[in-house]
Design a protein around this ligand. Structure first.
Ligand SMILES: Nc1ncnc2c1ncn2[C@@H]1O[C@H](COP(=O)(O)OP(=O)(O)O)[C@@H](O)[C@H]1O
Ligand SMILES: O=C(OP(=O)(O)O)[C@H](O)COP(=O)(O)O
Ligand SMILES: [Mg+2]
Length: 401
């Protein structure tokens, strides 16, 4: 990268604004998988060891209404970060104003402060105003005014053009650098996928269907096979006229799915069977069905025949990029598809196997199959966007050397 890096910045005594991706799973007010926090530690440590005052910004989940805010507070993240750094982390429960400014002015060299969820700015007085997600120019300018230099280490968010990454960077010309994680992720992905060893298989699942379905069109030109699982599969079922019951579907994207199916031929592989449940709960009644899913049932995992079929597609692969779990792995009864695919990838000794995404990473770690994979990336949507060959706005906005 011909981009500025942390080592190019003056840090001693500086207010160092840092964008990190701490969008981690939170359950009952406690951080679940902390891979994304751990991954940002080298840059944070470098900053504080060089006398910088680290002021961290991240989003957490998606804030669309006032009631979303309490469950999406960064406080549990500050606690985990403090444990990992083995030093206090000041948590500021607001995203702007005197309380934040005072807290920053009270910092000493080597201190760490975490700002409240940047997406709290998306909802003001009950209105969904998207100041953060819409890259409101005033917000980026305000946040930039709070510091001396800026480091973007949020690879997982690099495909977004938001105020806390692009907005701050554009207001800090010549002083916006890439962090170590950002550098590492780009280097690894570049080496693995710019000229991939073939066969190259992409696996796409998860729940962000409308975000990620468009990527498939581009991947058709790059990958030799594309395996679809998880919540992504049922919009394709709908496009094929297969009944989906109450499964996850993005109705607006059924036409996109049809176009992809027409173009893809046998490059795109869909589940043959699914584990269906009568409610979105681990204790639901379940059964395995092939094809049509009746009303009152929803598909929460791929079925055993599909697992076999996917293993067959994957067995000769030399490069595999996987984003998005094959089912609702957070519930043990719907984790088998993700577990079996993860285990199988671990047996592919000659292949480069990359898993990306906040939830996919949490899944392979939780299920104990992460160690056998070549690379665990903190970015799901970001890796896919990179794979498409598109410029990542969060990286483009970083200052050139
Ligand atoms: N069949 C399904 N129905 C509903 N949600 C699903 C299904 N399969 C997977 N998911 C959900 O997808 C989520 C992860 O999606 P996503 O954020 O796109 O992946 P990643 O974070 O790895 O990029 C998980 O919380 C998982 O429970
Ligand atoms: O978790 C993330 O992406 P991922 O689910 O694709 O891994 C990033 O933090 C981006 O979050 P967003 O998709 O709500 O902008
Ligand atoms: Mg996710």
């Amino acid at each position: 990268m011909a981009k500025l890096t942390v080592e190019d910045l003056p840090l001693e005594g500086k207010k160092v604004l840092m964008r990190v991706d701490f969008n981690v799973p939170i359950k009952d007010g406690v951080v679940g998988d902390d891979n994304r926090i751990v991954a940002a530690l080298p840059t944070i440590k470098y900053v504080i060891e060089h006398g910088g005052r680290a002021i961290l910004f991240s989003h957490l989940g998606r804030v669309k209404k006032e009631e979303d805010k309490p469950g999406l507070s960064m406080r549990p993240v500050a606690e985990r970060l403090s444990n990992l750094l083995n030093k206090p982390v000041t948590f500021v429960p607001v995203t702007e104003g005197k309380q934040l400014e005072d807290a920053i002015n009270n910092m000493n060299n080597g201190d760490v402060l975490l700002v409240q969820n940047t997406r709290y700015e998306d909802v003001k007085d009950g209105e969904y105003v998207k100041r953060e997600s819409g890259n409101d120019p005033e917000l980026g300018k305000y946040w930039a005014s709070l510091g001396d230099v800026f480091i973007n280490d949020a690879f997982g968010t690099a495909h977004r053009k938001h105020a806390s990454n692009v907005g701050i960077a554009t207001n800090m010309p010549g002083k916006a650098a890439a962090g170590y994680l950002m550098e590492k992720e780009i280097k690894f992905l570049g080496d693995a996928v710019d000229n991939p060893q073939r066969p190259f298989v992409a696996i796409l699942g998860g729940a962000k269907v409308s975000d990620k379905i468009g990527v498939i069109d581009h991947l058709l030109d790059k990958a030799d096979k594309i395996i679809i699982g998880g919540g992504m599969a049922y919009t394709f079922y709908a496009a094929k006229g297969i009944k989906i019951g109450n499964s996850l579907v993005e109705k607006d994207k059924i036409d996109v799915a049809k176009e992809i199916l027409d173009k893809a031929g046998d490059k795109l592989v869909l589940p043959i069977d699914n584990v269906v449940a009568d409610k979105f709960n681990n204790d639901a009644d379940t059964k395995v069905v092939e094809g049509d899913i009746d009303d009152g049932w929803m598909a929460l995992d791929i079925g055993p025949k599909t697992i076999k079929q996917y293993e067959d597609v994957l067995k000769d692969a030399k490069t595999v990029v996987w984003n998005g779990p094959m089912g609702v792995f957070e519930m043990p009864n719907f984790a088998k598809g993700t577990l079996e695919i993860g285990k199988f990838l671990g047996t592919l000794d000659d292949a480069t196997t990359i898993v990306g995404g906040g939830d996919s990473t949490a899944a392979v770690k939780q299920l104990g199959v992460a160690d056998k994979l070549t690379h665990i990336s903190t970015g799901g949507g970001a890796s896919l966007t990179y794979l498409e060959g598109k410029t990542l706005p969060g990286i483009a906005a970083i200052s050139e050397k």
